[in-house]
Design a protein around this ligand. Structure first.
Ligand SMILES: NC(=O)c1ccc[n+]([C@@H]2O[C@H](COP(=O)([O-])OP(=O)(O)OC[C@H]3O[C@@H](n4cnc5c(N)ncnc54)[C@H](O)[C@@H]3O)[C@@H](O)[C@H]2O)c1
Ligand SMILES: NC(=[NH2+])NCCC[C@H](N)C(=O)O
Length: 703
C-alpha cells in the first residue's frame, strides 16, 4: 500500500440516473441497476484500498451524482477550490463536500456564485507537479482558471473541450506518472492539441482511439505505475504495458450510464506541490497588466484565450475584481510561452486587448533604422485601429495618425518625442521604426456589458419579426445619432456602392445629402455612373427603375452616361450645364458635399472624376474621413473595407450589407463603435429617411 496517497469516495447508496445533464445520461433514466452499481463500486473501492488509503464522505439522499467525488473540488496540498456546479441538479452537493473538506483540515476557496468550475473533473495536475491542466467549454468557465491559478499558486494550462460526450476534462485526458499522458485528441480544439503537443513530447503521449475513449479509458486512476480503469481494448493495454504501466481493469458500466467511471468516482486528496524543478528554460515569461471590465466585457476571457489559443500559458499574479457594475477590474498576469515567436504572437494580440508590460520595466521601444525608402525593417510592429502609446525615454508617447497596417516611426529631438503611423510607401531611409512588441500599449475604451451587446450584427432579411424589430431599433438609434451629429456640426461620411442605386436607394441617399446629414461621399466609378444613368435615363444598369424591367439596349445606357459626362469634363460641369438635375451626385455638387471616386480595374470609361491613381485616391479618402464622427458604409465591400482599414477606433461605423460575412468583417473590430446590419440597402435607406423625418418633423413645425 502507498501510505501517502489518499482518495475520497462516496458510496452509491443513493446513486441512480435521475436526470439528464450530459449525453451519457440520455435514455438511461432509472436504467442503472442499484445492485450492480454497488458491486462495481465495491470492487473499485477494494482495488484502490489495496494500493492507497480511501476516505468516505457520507452519501446524501436526493443527490445521486454525489458518488462522483472527483467533482467535489480541486485539491492541492491542504487547499481546496470547491466546485461550483453548472447544473442545479448537482449544486446541492456543494455544502456536503465543503463540510467534509473543513472537517478534514483543508482551507476551502469558493468561487463566485456564477462562475462554474467542476473540481478535479475539470482540472488535472501534471503528475510531475509541473502545472495544472484545466478544462473548459462545457461545465467549467474559463474565467475560473485565473482564480484557481491564484489560489493554488500554480501555472494553469487551459484546454478547450469541444465534444460534448467528453464534457469533463477527466473523461478524455489523464496525466500519468513519468510525464506520460493518456488522452483522446479529438475531444479538444486545435489550439489545445497544439498546447498538449508543445508540453508533452511525442514519446510520452499515449493516444486513445475513439472506441476506448467512449469506454472511458481516459477516466483512469493512476497510482505510481498502476492504472485503474474500466474495460479497455487489448491494443491500449499493450500500449500502456509497453510504457511500463500495469493496467487493472474493473467494470464500471453502471456508472457509464451517468457519464462517469473510475476517475470520476474518486478524488485524490493528497496532491503534494512539487517544486518546479522541471521548468523548461526555453520558456519565455512576461508580466502584463490588464485593466477594464475584465470579466464583464469578456476581456479576461479573450486575453486568456489568446494566450492558450496560441500555445502559451498563464498565471494570474493579482486580480482585483471591480465589485460595482461600473467599476473596473485589474489583473497582473504572467504569460509564458514555449518560444520567443509564440510569445511575440501572443503579445501582438494582447496589446490589441489593452495589455501592457509593467511600464517601469521598459523605458524605450525597440527601433530599427529604415535602410531603403518604402521598406520597413523585418520585425516592424504593425499598427492597429486602437489609440496607441509607445515608451520613449521612459514616457508614454501617443501615436499620431492612428490607423491599422502601418509602421510606427519614432522621433526624438530637442523639440520633443513623436510617434506616427506611417504607411510603408511613405517610409524614408533613416526613419526609426518601432520593432518587436516591447513598450507599447493600446488604450481600449472601457466597454460595459450593455455596450458590448450593442455591437452585434442585426439580421433583417429572412428572419423573424423580432429581429426585424431589432433592425428598426438600430435604425432609430442611427437616425438619432445622425441628427445629433448634424445639429452639433459634426461629420458623417458615406461610403456607397452601385447597389444603393439598383435597390432604389438613390432617392433616399439624395434626401440625406440635401438635408445636410452627409458631409462627404466615398465610392467608385459605378455608384456615380449608375446614379447619373438613373437621373438622366431612368434606368440603373439598363433596368427601368419604375417598372423594374430591363429596357431594350439598356446595357449601353451607362456607357452613354460616361460619354456624356466626359464630354462636359466633370460631374460638376454637367450639373452647371443643366444636364444632370437630380440624384446623389447632383445633390453632392449642389450642396457642396465633397466626394471622391476611387478607380478600380472593373471601371468602364472611367468618369473624368474617377481617380485612377490608387495612391492618390487612398490619400483623398483618408483626407475626407479626417474628423468623421460616423461612417455609413453602404453595400460596397471594396470601398467599405478600404475605408475601414484607414479609420481609427473611436469613429462610429455602420456597415450595411446583404452578406453577413462583409458585415462581420467590418463590424468585428473589437470596438464598441461598430454596428453591422445585414439587410437590403434600399430598405435600410428608406427606413432611415422615414425615421429622420419622424425625428425632425416636430422641430420643423415649431420653427
Ligand atoms: N461599370 C463600372 O464602371 C463598374 C460596375 C460595377 C462595379 N464597378 C467598380 O467595381 C468596384 C467594386 O464594386 P462594388 O463596390 O459594387 O462591389 P463589391 O463587391 O465590393 O460590393 C458590393 C456589395 O454589395 C452587397 N450587396 C449586394 N446586394 C445588396 C443589397 N440588395 N443590399 C445590400 N448589400 C448588397 C454585396 O454583398 C457586396 O458586399 C467599385 O470600385 C466599383 O465602382 C465599376
Ligand atoms: N468527473 C467526472 N467526469 N464526473 C462525472 C460526473 C457525472 C455526472 N452525472 C455529471 O454529469 O455531472
Amino acid at each position: 500500500m502507498t501510505e501517502t496517497i489518499r482518495f475520497l469516495m462516496c458510496s452509491p447508496d443513493h446513486y441512480d440516473v435521475d436526470y439528464v445533464i450530459n449525453p451519457w445520461m440520455e435514455g438511461n433514466i432509472h436504467k442503472s441497476s442499484q445492485e450492480k452499481a454497488r458491486q462495481q463500486w465495491q470492487q473499485l473501492y477494494h482495488v484502490l484500498k489495496d494500493r492507497a488509503l480511501v476516505d468516505l464522505v457520507p452519501p446524501e439522499k436526493g443527490w445521486p451524482d454525489m458518488v462522483f467525488t472527483a467533482n467535489a473540488g480541486l485539491v492541492l496540498e491542504k487547499t481546496v477550490v470547491l466546485s461550483r456546479f453548472l447544473h442545479k441538479e448537482r449544486q446541492g452537493e456543494e455544502p456536503y463536500f465543503k463540510q467534509w473538506f473543513e472537517d478534514n483540515g483543508f482551507t476551502v476557496h469558493e468561487l463566485p456564485k456564477d462562475l462554474p468550475f467542476e473540481g478535479a473533473g475539470d482540472a488535472l495536475l501534471d503528475r510531475e507537479g509541473r502545472w495544472l491542466w484545466a478544462g473548459y467549454g462545457f461545465r467549467t468557465e474559463l474565467d475560473s482558471h485565473p482564480l484557481i491559478a491564484k489560489w493554488l499558486d500554480i501555472e494553469v494550462l487551459s484546454l478547450r473541450l469541444i465534444d460534448e460526450r467528453f464534457y469533463h476534462l477527466d473523461t478524455c485526458f489523464c496525466p500519468l506518472s513519468g510525464g506520460y499522458l493518456l488522452y483522446y485528441p479529438d475531444a479538444f480544439d486545435a489550439y489545445s492539441n497544439r498546447l498538449i503537443e508543445l508540453k508533452i513530447p511525442e514519446e510520452k503521449r499515449i493516444i486513445v482511439e475513439e472506441a476506448d475513449a467512449v469506454n472511458f479509458a481516459c477516466n483512469a486512476v493512476n497510482i505510481g505505475q498502476v492504472i485503474v480503469m474500466n474495460k479497455i481494448s487489448d491494443d491500449l493495454q499493450y500500449k500502456l504495458a509497453s510504457k511500463g504501466f500495469e493496467v487493472v481493469q474493473t467494470p464500471l458500466t453502471e456508472f457509464l450510464k451517468a457519464g462517469g467511471a473510475a476517475k470520476c468516482l474518486t478524488l485524490r486528496t493528497t496532491e503534494p506541490l512539487i517544486p518546479d524543478h522541471h521548468a523548461n528554460v526555453t520558456i519565455e515569461s512576461r508580466i502584463l497588466q490588464l485593466e477594464g471590465h475584465l470579466l464583464d466585457a469578456g476581456i479576461m476571457n479573450k486575453a486568456l484565450d489568446v494566450v492558450v489559443g496560441n500555445g502559451g500559458s498563464f498565471k494570474v499574479l493579482n486580480f482585483t475584481l471591480g465589485i460595482e457594475r461600473q467599476s473596473t477590474s485589474s489583473a497582473e498576469v504572467r504569460v509564458s510561452a514555449p518560444s520567443h515567436e509564440v510569445m511575440e504572437e501572443i503579445m501582438v494580440q494582447l496589446i490589441d486587448l489593452g495589455a501592457a508590460a509593467r511600464p517601469q520595466e521598459i523605458c524605450d521601444v525597440n527601433t530599427a533604422v529604415v535602410a531603403q525608402d518604402g521598406v520597413a525593417p523585418d520585425d516592424f510592429y504593425v499598427s492597429t485601429i486602437y489609440p496607441t502609446e509607445v515608451r520613449v525615454n521612459c514616457e508614454w508617447v501617443r501615436v499620431e495618425n492612428q490607423r491599422m497596417d502601418a509602421a510606427i516611426v519614432v522621433t526624438e529631438s530637442p523639440e520633443g518625442k513623436t510617434a506616427k503611423c506611417t504607411l510603408l510607401r511613405d517610409l524614408k531611409a533613416g526613419d526609426r521604426v518601432m520593432v518587436g512588441v516591447e513598450g507599447i500599449r493600446t488604450i481600449r475604451q472601457a466597454e460595459s456589458r450593455e455596450q458590448r451587446n450593442s455591437t452585434q450584427e442585426f439580421t433583417f432579411m429572412g428572419a423573424g419579426v423580432s429581429s426585424e424589430r431589432r433592425v428598426e431599433l438600430t435604425v432609430e438609434q442611427i437616425a438619432w445619432e445622425m441628427r445629433q451629429i448634424r445639429d452639433q456640426g459634426g461629420k458623417v461620411v458615406v461610403t456607397a456602392g452601385p447597389v444603393v442605386i439598383h435597390t432604389g436607394g438613390a432617392q433616399h441617399l439624395s434626401r440625406l445629402i440635401r438635408d445636410g446629414y452627409v458631409h462627404a461621399l466615398l465610392g467608385g466609378n459605378a455608384i456615380a455612373v449608375h446614379d447619373m444613368e438613373q437621373a438622366i435615363m431612368g434606368t440603373s444598369l439598363g433596368v427601368d427603375m419604375q417598372k423594374g424591367i430591363p429596357v431594350r439596349g439598356g446595357h449601353r445606357h451607362h456607357l452613354k452616361i460616361i460619354n456624356l459626362i466626359r464630354r462636359h469634363g466633370s460631374i460638376a460641369k454637367a450639373v452647371s450645364a443643366g444636364v444632370l438635375t437630380k440624384g446623389v451626385m447632383y445633390e453632392c455638387v449642389k450642396n457642396n458635399v465633397p466626394f471622391s471616386l476611387a478607380g478600380s480595374i472593373r471601371d468602364d470609361g472611367p468618369l473624368p472624376d474617377t481617380e485612377m491613381d490608387l495612391i492618390k485616391s487612398q490619400e483623398e479618402y483618408s483626407r475626407l474621413i479626417q474628423g468623421a464622427d460616423m461612417i455609413l458604409m453602404l453595400s460596397s465591400m471594396l470601398h467599405s473595407i478600404g475605408v475601414g482599414n484607414m479609420t481609427p477606433a473611436g469613429v462610429k461605423m455602420v456597415c450595411v450589407d446583404i452578406n453577413p460575412a462583409v458585415v462581420t468583417k467590418l463590424s468585428d473590430r473589437g470596438s464598441v463603435e461598430s454596428v453591422g446590419i445585414v439587410t437590403d440597402v434600399g430598405l435600410f435607406l428608406s427606413l432611415l429617411t422615414q425615421q429622420l423625418d419622424k425625428l425632425t418633423r416636430p422641430l420643423v413645425e415649431t420653427v
